[in-house]
Design a protein around this ligand. Structure first.
Ligand code: ADP
Ligand code: MG
Ligand code: MG
Length: 248
């Protein structure tokens, strides 16, 4: 599904990604771990097409198509979902209305008509029940005064509605509380299938107690320096990242 080949990227004249190779197949969950500043968030931004980062070499291929010339919206329409892409507060726009607009924009880009209102309602009901999201939450203003857990719930709801082919969850380094972790993990576990793939980016092992990855990769200084199965996450938890730094 996703092939990253010799990817190099820089921001403000600083080389950040220095030759990333990664293949993700449908049905797989990959975890990307690594010390702070190693380029994890940069990698997710580059896959999603964030224009602040300049790709200087290599390619990102989704279903055989090179994404390099595509804008972030176009990548989204092809099924790439990056968490935290819409962290904005929009007073007066409800979670439901925001989602309706996003779905219809995506349909428009594909040359489809707007989703009929009854179908939209059915989809919203189905996904909010699946994720155990309270009805009251759906009418709240987007992100306005949301707690960390509520932001996560909203993000996972967006993911459920958009049904992406490739979901990238960048958990950043800010401490998520245990409820937020469970919301993310339950959502991902319920939404994953043999037709989609998930990349979970995390600094800590604890999220991987809930989302069990098929593969774990360690990103350090802009390169994947080690790959393994889920046991690699435990090894990192136990030994920290210093041994990786010393080896590289
Ligand atoms: P991680 O997510 O692994 O902590 P990042 O991808 O956020 O790492 O950052 C990698 C490096 O790139 C860091 O040295 C960071 O300071 C730098 N960097 C990332 N984004 C920017 C930016 N927009 N401007 C300047 N430097 C950046
Ligand atoms: Mg960081
Ligand atoms: Mg980061």
């Amino acid at each position: 599904m996703l092939q990253i080949k010799n990817l190099h990227a820089k921001v403000e004249d600083k080389d950040i990604l220095k030759g990333i190779n990664l293949t993700v197949n449908a049905g797989e969950v990959h975890a990307i771990m690594g010390p702070n500043g190693s380029g994890k968030s940069t990698l997710s931004a580059v896959i999603a097409g964030n224009e602040n980062y300049e790709v200087t070499e290599g390619e990102v291929i989704l279903d055989g198509e090179d994404l390099s010339e595509l804008a972030p919206e176009e990548r989204a329409h092809k099924g790439v979902f990056l968490s935290f892409q819409y962290p904005v507060e929009i007073p007066g726009v409800s979670v439901t209305n925001f989602m309706k607009t996003a779905i219809n924009e995506s349909r428009k880009a594909k040359g489809l008509e707007e989703m009929p209102a009854n179908e939209m309602l059915k989809l919203i009901r189905e996904k909010s029940e699946l994720l155990e999201i309270d009805r009251k939450f759906m009418s709240r203003s987007l992100n306005e005064g949301f707690s960390g857990g509520e932001k996560k719930r909203n993000e996972i709801f967006q993911m459920a509605m958009l049904d992406p082919k490739l979901a990238i969850l960048d958990e950043t380094d800010s401490g998520l509380d245990i409820d937020a972790l469970r919301i993310v993990a339950n959502g991902v576990n319920k939404l994953k299938s043999d037709k989609n793939a998930v990349i979970v980016i995390t600094h800590y092992q604890r999220l991987l107690d809930y989302i069990v990855p098929d593969f774990v990769h360690v990103l350090y200084n802009g390169k994947i320096v080690k790959s393994g199965g889920k046991e690699l996450a435990y090894e990192l938890e136990e030994k920290g990242y210093d041994w990786i730094k010393n080896e590289n």
